[in-house]
Design a protein around this ligand. Structure first.
Ligand SMILES: [Zn+2]
Length: 309
């Protein structure tokens, strides 16, 4: 039996949005002949995304053929082991037919099979960037997609621009009794709680961000900051870096009420009882937060957090 102080420290695996199986074929992105041939290949599958949503059915994503795909910014997602090439297009979705629905990554990210979870995460991330970064930041000229949609070039000054990913830290803090610090964000309705999180600032390491964010939000000084794993969270453009950290004894929680409504320590037994009584709800399975909490707890916890956009 592991010591409680060491439980839940194994690297996180099977994170919902870190399951992609399709080769991104980065070497093909500047190969115009290969890309043109792939677009003409009837086996090629196109994933249309619109404002973070795509068409899904119960067994996975609904793809279009290149002929059926709407006009819109196109990007190469990759090629599977069977030689099937996948593109994404940011454009309007078809009306969903029978058995098909419009769903967001947040809603279906944990339900999709591995291949489709990876494709939708990749496509939503690129589409979000293209949709919001349409001009050169130096002179305002509309940019032109390049590298099969993985960069954009300014036709005026030739500057090249790449998709943005904003690193954010998310951390489960435990006290000397191995109780877990859970907080309720002031913006969240009901009794939803989670672990603390925040963006990494310019010129700051991820570990420094963990220490700073915990101190800012709860007044707790943490030590022993340890990396657990990561997953993309393109809503709109984050990379979530998961950590554990320890809070040495003798510290009182001082909640920053600009960000948090409340924060307190939870033992495993108290947390389970509160969830079973529906007095609390945890983040959904698609989130890294849920994985880190369940890794600390030692197994699945009963909680449903209704997905919202
Ligand atoms: Zn420019």
């Amino acid at each position: 039996m592991t010591s409680p102080e060491l439980s839940g420290y194994a690297p996180l695996d099977n994170l919902a949005l870190a399951r992609g199986t399709v080769d991104r074929v980065t070497r093909r992105r500047m190969d115009k002949d290969w890309i043109d041939a792939a677009w003409k290949d009837p086996r090629t599958r196109v994933l249309v995304v619109h404002e973070g949503h795509a068409l899904v059915r119960d067994d996975g994503l609904v793809f279009a053929s290149p002929e059926q795909a709407p006009t819109g910014t196109r990007f190469l997602l990759g090629e599977d082991t069977g030689g099937v090439v996948y593109f994404g297009v940011s454009g309007p979705l078809d009306d969903p037919g029978a058995g098909v629905r419009v769903a967001s990554l947040r809603e279906v990210g944990a339900l999709l099979p591995d291949r489709d979870a990876g494709l939708l995460t990749h496509a939503v991330a690129l589409a979000n960037w293209h949709d919001t970064h349409v001009r050169c930041p130096l002179d305002g000229t509309p940019t032109v997609p390049d590298a099969a949609g993985h960069s954009a070039v300014c036709p005026m000054d030739g500057s090249e621009h790449f998709p943005r990913t904003d690193p954010a830290v998310i951390m489960l803090v435990t006290d000397p009794e191995d109780r877990c610090l859970l907080a309720r964000n002031a913006a969240w309705p009901g009794r939803r709680v989670s672990i603390l999180a925040g963006f990494v600032e310019p010129g700051e390491s991820a570990e420094q961000a963990v220490i700073r964010e915990v101190a800012e939000e709860t007044g707790i000084t943490v030590t022993n900051v340890r990396y657990m794993g990561s997953q993309p969270w393109p809503m709109p453009r984050s990379l979530m870096l998961g950590f554990r950290a320890n809070a040495p004894a003798g510290q009182a929680i001082t909640v920053d009420h600009d960000e948090l409504a409340e924060a307190r320590w939870w033992s495993r037994a108290d947390l389970l009882a509160a969830l079973q009584a529906r007095e609390l709800a945890l983040p959904p399975s698609v989130s890294i937060a849920r994985h880190i909490i369940e890794a600390w707890y030692g197994g699945p916890l009963p909680s449903a957090w209704t997905p919202t956009r």
